[in-house]
Design a protein around this ligand. Structure first.
Ligand SMILES: [Zn+2]
Length: 68
């Protein structure tokens, strides 16, 4: 089960990306909020939206939750 985080910095398009901690785009510097362990990106994205309403899955590690 992956550990998910949401980037505290927005993408150029304005949304906060959700990543697993082993994603190559995982922010190395601690500019992220820990979302905890989730079975899939679905519940992780729900958790992310409680932090940032404008959250979306990363295309690389969360393709099922990537909508933009
Ligand atoms: Zn990612």
């Amino acid at each position: 089960m992956p550990n998910y985080i949401v980037n505290n910095r927005t993408q150029s398009t304005g949304e906060h990306e959700v990543h697993t901690t082993d994603c190559k785009y995982f922010p190395k510097i601690k500019y992220y909020t820990d979302l905890g362990w989730h079975n899939s990106c679905g519940p992780a994205k729900v958790a992310a939206k409680k932090v940032y309403a404008n959250s979306d899955g990363c295309a690389t590690c969360c393709p099922d939750c990537h909508t933009r």
